[in-house]
Design a binder for this molecule. Structure first.
Ligand code: GLY
Length: 367
């Protein structure tokens, strides 16, 4: 099965991508073998989403039990609101019940919410436990499960409480994409478009050419899309693991706007990818006002997002003052200055400091 390596010295790990085609699959024996190689000891807390992955979780548990593992399962409620202190505390309780020691693993089976929350529990319980990510949504497969970012939300700002904690392995089973609800699948495509805009114009053109197949989750293209996104992300994380040089920050294209919409709408109202799609349009229009890209660029990005049935403008009214106030507290802001990742052409972006507030306001006021 295709495996990508993410090279981070002693924190290096593999990302396994399990194909959907039945003749190529070796799912459950392969999973038990993968975690045995990745983890030091046969005890794990499986942190799982309260979604349609229950059968998979039971099968994964059975595969681990057959390989001699002791496991416990902790369930996280669906939705972004679960990335909170109360749910983190529940996971600490579950780890305590399991008498977790430093070699007990956390295995996160779910979408971005489960991965971020379980990852933070793993980063902090007993000063750090080994972690394996089993992403079940497209967004988690192509973005949040790779690279070691873990977080919960603060009521006033998304992902404000978190830690870097690399997993020991990522197990991507593409079969989950067959049953993923449509809205969630499309939301994940926003992050896919992001990779094209920020890093790979040729990939963007491929998405344009194959838009219907990608939207319809055709096997022939989707395995390639997931692998290309993971490789693009891995290359960035390898060069700036802790987001110190500014390179990794480019992965947050559109996210300063997006996080403000998610915070003000109430966590869970907009899916993360939907907010990112709107945020990328705001960022592109801001770049146009700064004469960094032209109107054709903005329209090309809009057309691709629309081809994936993603929103390109907020569905509700947001007061520009309130959005700007939240953006000043974003993790990417420094001393409350407005900083954005903005495109210069397809496949290239840069970090722009001290963007005048009047320009940001005009982007938020006109659609
Ligand atoms: N999702 C952005 C990053 O992992 O850096």
């Amino acid at each position: 099965m295709p495996t990508l390596r993410i090279n981070l010295g002693s924190r290096s790990y593999d990302i396994a991508i399990v194909p959907r085609e039945p003749e190529l699959r070796r799912t459950l024996p392969g999973f038990a073998e993968f975690v045995r190689h990745a983890l030091p000891k046969s005890t794990a807390a499986l942190v799982v989403g309260d979604t349609n992955t229950q059968t998979y979780v039971r099968e994964a548990e059975a595969a681990l039990a057959a390989a001699g593992w002791r496991t416990a399962v902790a369930v996280v409620p669906a939705g972004e609101a679960a990335k909170c202190l109360a749910q983190l505390a529940n996971l600490y309780d579950a780890l305590y019940e399991l008498t977790a020691d430093r070699q007990t693993a956390v295995i996160a089976v779910g979408g971005g919410v489960v991965g971020d929350l379980a990852g933070l529990a793993a980063a902090t319980y007993n000063r750090g436990l080994p972690l394996v990510m089993v992403p079940t949504s497209l967004l988690a497969m192509v973005d949040s499960s790779v690279g070691g970012k873990t977080a919960i939300n603060h009521p006033k700002g998304k992902n404000l409480i978190g830690a870097f904690h690399q997993p020991r392995g990522v197990w991507i089973d593409l079969a989950h994409l067959t049953t993923l609800p449509e809205r969630e699948y499309l939301s994940g495509l926003a992050e896919v478009v992001k990779y094209g805009v920020i890093l790979d114009g040729e990939f963007f053109a491929f998405l344009e050419a194959q838009a219907t197949q990608v939207r319809d989750r055709k096997s022939a293209v989707i395995a390639d899309v997931v692998a290309r996104c993971c490789r693009l992300k891995a290359d960035i994380v390898e060069r700036d693991e802790f987001e110190t040089t500014g390179l990794r920050a480019i992965l947050n294209y559109g996210h300063t706007f997006a996080h403000a919409y998610e915070t003000l709408a109430g966590y869970g109202t907009l899916l993360h990818g939907e907010a990112v799609a709107i945020g990328m349009m705001d960022a592109a229009r801001l770049a146009q006002r700064l004469q960094m890209v032209d109107a054709d660029f903005v329209e090309r990005q809009r057309r691709l997002l629309e081809a994936f049935w993603l929103p390109t403008a907020p569905l509700a009214e947001f007061a520009p003052d309130e959005l700007i106030a939240v953006m000043r507290c974003d993790k990417k802001a420094t001393d409350g200055r407005l900083r954005f990742i903005l495109p210069t052409r397809l496949g290239e972006v840069k970090l722009v400091d001290e963007v005048p507030e009047t320009l940001v306001r005009s982007v938020l006021e006109t659609r």
